[in-house]
Design a protein around this ligand. Structure first.
Ligand SMILES: *[C@@H]1O[C@H](CO)[C@@H](O)[C@H](O)[C@H]1NC(C)=O
Ligand SMILES: *[C@@H]1O[C@H](CO)[C@@H](O)[C@H](O)[C@H]1NC(C)=O
Ligand SMILES: *[C@@H]1O[C@H](CO)[C@@H](O)[C@H](O)[C@H]1NC(C)=O
Ligand SMILES: *[C@@H]1O[C@H](CO)[C@@H](O)[C@H](O)[C@H]1NC(C)=O
Ligand SMILES: *[C@@H]1O[C@H](CO)[C@@H](O)[C@H](O)[C@H]1NC(C)=O
Ligand SMILES: *[C@@H]1O[C@H](CO)[C@@H](O)[C@H](O)[C@H]1NC(C)=O
Ligand SMILES: CC(=O)N[C@H]1CO[C@H](CO)[C@@H](O)[C@@H]1O
Ligand SMILES: [Ca+2]
Ligand SMILES: [Ca+2]
Length: 577
C-alpha cells in the first residue's frame, strides 16, 4: 500500500505535468440542455429572458439532473436573427446583460458543477459588425473579410443564382463598394470569407478569448455553410412541389454552398486551437460540438476531423410519428455502427428551429424523451422539453418575430415560422408563467401554462418532469446505461421496439409499443438470461402502469402507446458486441 502522503505527492506531480489534459471525455454520459436565453427566465422584467434570469434558475439544472448547458448566442447583436447575427463576438448584448453577469453565471455554474458551452457562429457576422462596416468602406485589412463579387450584366444582377436560406437572392448589392456580398442567411448576415487568413486568425482569437473566460466548450453553428465553391458557379435548379415561390431555397440543389470539403479542415484547426489552450493552461478537456444538417457520411466526418459530438438530428429528421419500430432501429443502429471508434454517440430531440416533441409526437412525448436517455452517450434536451411543453401554433402574423417567417406573407408564414417552439419557459401558474413580470412577453405565453408548468409537475407521483428526473438519475447510477452494450430489436411484427442495455449482471430494457390494433405479449426470456422477473422503473405518463411494480419476463403486456423501462439482474454472460 502506498502511504497517503506519497499518494498526494504523486497526484500533485501528475497535475504538474504540462500537456496533461484533465477529466477527459467528461461529456461521455452527460445530459446537455439548450438554453434559448430569450425564453428561459427574465430577471429585469422587460419581457425577454436574460443572463441574470439563467443564473437565478441554475438550481433547476441540478434538480433535473442536467450536467451541461449550451447557450444560444448572447453576443452583441441587432437581433435580426435573434443573436445569430453577431455584431461583436467578444461582448454581451444588453438584452441579456453584461459581461459581469456572465462572469457571475460562470462562477455559480462552476460551484454547482454545471458545464457551460457557448454557441460559436463562424459563417457570418451581422452587417453591423465593425469588420463589415470597414469592409464596406474598403479599408485595406478588411476589404476581403467578406465574400464580395461583381454582379452579372454590368453589375446589375447578382453574381449567380444562389438563393438564401431565408428566401430570395443570396447576394446583396452595396452601393459604396459597388459590389455584391454573399449572405447564405438573412441579408443582414454577410458571410465571412474563409479564404482570408486574417479571418482564421480572428476566429481563433475569439475561441481563445472565451476559453480564457472559463467556458467548457463550443457548439459550432451552421458549419456546412462556411465555404463556398471556388468560381461561384450557378447551382442546379430542381423542381420542388413544396415551394411557394421561385426564390425559395428549396428550388436549388445546393452542391456549391453546402458541405465543401474545407469545412472539415476548419474543425481540425479549431480542435488544435482549443487543445493547445487546454494544454497550456493545464485545464480540463473542452468539448466541440458541430451543428450540421447533412448525410451520415458527412456527419461522421465531423467526428473524424475533431468534433467530440457531431450533432445527431436523425431522430428529428429521419423518423416521425408514422415511423415503425424497424425505422427507429435503423436510424439508431446506423449511427452507432458508423461512428468512428472511441467517439461518443448523441441524440438530439429538439432545438429552436424545430417543432417540439409533444407537437411532433402527439401522445408519445415520453417515448421520445425516454429513448434519448436510454440510448448510449449524450442526450440533448431543448429547454421546456423536460416538462413536455407544446408549440403554440396560434401565434398570429402580427405576433410573428422569426425573420424566416417575416420574409414571406400572412398566408404562408406558418409554414416557416419557428416562433411556436420558442415561447417562454412555463415555470408556474402565476403571471407570465413565472417567466417575467412584464405586461407583454416577447412571444406570447401559451394558454396551457396554468396546467402545464414546472411547479405543477414537481413532486407529483408521476409527471413528465418526474419521469425526466427519474431518467437522469438512472443514467447517473446505472452501469448498464453508462457503459453497457446496446442491442436494438424489433418484435411482434414490427410493432414493438426493444432497446437493451447490459453490463455485467445488470440490464436496463426499454420497450415501446407502437401498435394500435394487434394484441400481443412480449417475451424477453432470450434477452434477459437467468431473469424471471423484472422491475418496472418507469412508464410513460398516463400508461396506468405502476412504477416499481414487478413483471414476468416471459409475458410483458404493453398497453397502447406505452413505453416501459425495466431493470433486471441477469447472468453476467453478456459480452461486448
Ligand atoms: C455594359 O457597359 C458597357 C460600358 O459601360 C457597355 O458598352 C455594354 O453595352 C454594357 N453591357 C450590357 C449588357 O449592358
Ligand atoms: C453525402 O454527401 C456528399 C456531398 O456532400 C456526397 O458526396 C456523398 O455521396 C453523400 N453520401 C451519401 C451516402 O449519400
Ligand atoms: C413522416 O415521414 C414520412 C416518410 O419520410 C413522410 O412521408 C410523412 O409525410 C411524414 N409524416 C409527418 C407527419 O411528418
Ligand atoms: C398561443 O398564444 C395565443 C396568444 O397570442 C393564445 O391566445 C393561444 O391560446 C395560445 N395557444 C395555445 C395552444 O396555448
Ligand atoms: C466499461 O466497459 C469496458 C469494456 O466493456 C471496461 O473495460 C471498463 O472497465 C468499463 N468501465 C466501467 C466504469 O465499468
Ligand atoms: C400495443 O397496443 C395495442 C393497442 O394499441 C394492444 O392491442 C397491444 O396488445 C399492445 N401490444 C403489446 C405487445 O402489449
Ligand atoms: C439549430 C440552429 O442552431 N439553427 C441556427 C443555424 O444558423 C442559422 C444562422 O446562424 C440560424 O438562423 C439558426 O437558428
Ligand atoms: Ca430581461
Ligand atoms: Ca459561407
Amino acid at each position: 500500500m502506498i502511504s497517503l502522503r506519497l499518494y498526494c505527492i504523486l497526484l500533485f506531480s501528475i497535475a504538474l505535468v504540462a500537456g496533461e489534459i484533465k477529466n477527459k471525455v467528461w461529456w461521455k454520459n452527460i445530459v446537455f440542455y439548450q438554453v434559448y436565453p430569450r425564453s428561459f427566465m427574465d430577471n429585469d422584467g422587460d419581457g425577454v429572458g436574460d443572463l441574470k434570469g439563467i443564473t437565478d434558475k441554475l438550481e433547476h439544472f441540478i434538480d433535473a439532473g442536467i450536467g451541461g448547458i449550451w447557450l444560444s448566442p448572447i453576443y452583441s447583436s441587432p437581433m435580426v436573427d435573434f443573436g445569430y447575427d453577431i455584431s461583436n463576438f467578444l461582448t454581451i448584448d444588453p438584452t441579456f446583460g453584461t459581461m459581469d453577469d456572465l462572469d457571475k453565471l460562470l462562477q455559480k455554474t462552476k460551484r454547482l458543477g454545471i458545464k457551460v458551452v457557448m454557441d460559436f457562429v463562424p459563417n457570418h457576422t451581422s452587417d453591423q459588425h465593425e469588420w463589415f462596416i470597414k469592409s464596406v468602406n474598403g479599408e485595406e485589412k478588411y476589404k476581403d473579410y467578406y465574400v464580395w463579387l461583381e454582379g452579372r450584366e454590368n453589375n446589375t444582377k447578382p453574381p449567380n443564382n444562389w438563393i438564401s436560406l431565408f428566401s430570395g437572392p443570396a447576394w446583396k448589392y452595396n452601393e459604396k463598394r459597388n459590389l455584391w456580398y454573399l449572405h447564405q442567411f438573412e441579408y443582414r448576415q454577410p458571410d465571412l470569407n474563409f479564404n482570408n487568413p486574417d479571418v482564421h486568425k480572428e476566429m481563433n482569437d475569439i475561441l481563445r478569448f472565451w476559453l480564457d473566460k472559463g467556458i467548457d466548450g463550443f457548439r459550432i453553428d451552421a458549419i456546412i455553410h462556411v465555404y463556398e465553391k471556388d468560381g461561384f458557379p450557378d447551382e442546379p435548379v430542381v423542381y420542388n412541389k413544396l415551394t411557394l415561390t421561385t426564390d425559395n431555397y428549396l428550388n436549388l440543389n445546393h452542391i456549391y454552398t453546402k458541405n465543401d470539403p474545407r469545412n472539415y479542415d476548419l474543425i481540425t484547426e479549431w480542435r488544435k486551437t482549443v487543445d493547445e489552450w487546454t494544454d497550456a493552461h493545464n485545464e480540463e478537456e473542452k468539448v466541440l460540438m458541430t451543428e450540421a444538417y447533412t448525410n451520415l457520411t458527412n456527419l461522421m466526418k465531423y467526428y473524424t476531423y475533431g468534433a467530440d459530438i457531431s450533432f445527431n438530428f436523425n431522430l428529428i429528421t429521419e423518423v416521425n410519428i408514422t415511423s415503425k419500430p424497424s425505422e427507429f432501429k435503423h436510424v439508431i443502429d446506423e449511427w452507432i455502427l458508423n461512428m468512428p471508434d472511441g467517439k461518443v454517440a448523441n441524440w438530439v430531440m429538439g432545438n429552436h428551429d424545430r417543432s417540439r416533441i409533444a407537437t411532433r409526437y402527439p401522445g408519445r412525448v415520453d417515448q421520445m424523451t425516454i429513448l434519448s436517455m436510454i440510448l448510449p452517450g449524450v442526450a440533448v434536451t431543448y429547454y421546456g422539453e423536460e416538462i413536455a411543453m407544446e408549440d403554440n401554433l396560434s401565434i398570429t402574423w402580427k405576433q410573428t418575430k422569426d425573420p424566416q417567417a417575416c420574409h414571406v406573407d400572412p398566408e404562408h408564414f406558418k409554414e416557416l415560422t419557428r416562433d411556436p417552439n420558442r415561447t417562454p419557459f412555463q415555470w408556474d401558474d402565476s403571471i407570465d408563467a413565472g417567466f417575467s413580470t412584464a405586461l407583454e412577453t416577447w412571444l406570447p405565453i401559451p394558454d396551457n401554462y396554468k396546467e402545464l408548468n414546472l411547479a405543477n409537475q414537481k413532486g407529483k407521483p408521476e409527471s413528465h418532469y418526474v419521469l425526466y428526473q427519474t431518467l437522469t438519475k438512472l443514467r447517473s447510477t446505472s452501469i448498464a446505461l453508462q457503459n453497457g452494450t446496446l442491442k436494438t430489436t424489433v418484435l411482434n411484427n414490427d410493432r414493438v421496439l426493444i432497446i437493451d442495455r447490459q453490463s455485467n449482471n445488470e440490464a436496463i430494457v426499454l420497450l415501446i409499443n407502437f401498435s394500435d390494433d394487434v394484441a400481443e405479449v412480449v417475451d424477453l426470456t432470450d434477452h434477459l438470461p437467468g431473469a424471471t422477473e423484472a422491475i418496472v422503473i418507469l412508464a410513460n405518463i398516463g400508461s396506468g402502469i405502476t412504477w416499481r411494480s414487478m413483471v414476468l419476463v416471459s409475458s410483458i403486456e404493453l398497453p397502447p402507446k406505452v413505453s416501459l423501462v425495466l431493470f433486471a439482474k441477469v447472468d453476467g454472460s453478456h459480452s461486448d458486441s
